[in-house]
Design a protein around this ligand. Sequence first.
Ligand code: GAR
Length: 209
Amino acid sequence: MAAKRLVVLVSGSGTNLQALLDAIEADGAEAYGAEIVAVGADREGIVGLERARAAGLPTFVCRVRDHATRADWDAALAEATAVHEPDLVVSAGFMKIVGKEFLARFGGRFVNTHPALLPSFPGAHGVRDALAYGARVTGCTVHFVDDGVDTGPIIAQGVVEVVEEDTEEGEAALHERIKEVERALLVEVVGRLARNGYRIEGRKVRLLP
Ligand code: GAR
């Protein structure tokens, strides 16, 4: 079966993007089930875009401030993504909430990875918020995006223990441990969605066998 087409959206260092690139390179796109056809970002000058360019992929940048309204930005992001005809769109550290137009076009095939065990600690500071709350376990969640903030149907989660050494100042160290689990989980989930197909039934995501 032909590899599914992925567009990956990034805002930062892009290590999750790199994990997908590495897995596709190692397995071959056909065996993995998917290929990355473009990488989009909401800002210039990030390592995530460098990784994409180093891999020879087309990139696009869609900045909120270049648009008159948030809705205009959302429509432009949707259009820039649609040009690449993705089967799945993956938000891999993309730090913007998309709007109605994007969801109208890509709802049900827009996957996000979040550095906490949802529904706990949604939003932009999932790691910091779990530490501040005193959670003893946290982790990462790969889920479909709906019109809430990190509220869509959960596909898979990975657990990471919070240890005594994880102080609030040590947010970066805990985030690194989460990201190790997260990269492997994202690679596994995206591959299975692409290879096997899936059904979203209410809040449940059924990966087909
Ligand atoms: C990941 O941990 C991802 O879960 C998080 O940003 C990191 C990106 O790392 N996303 C969010 O916090 C979204 N709310 P990366 O750029 O190295 O892949």
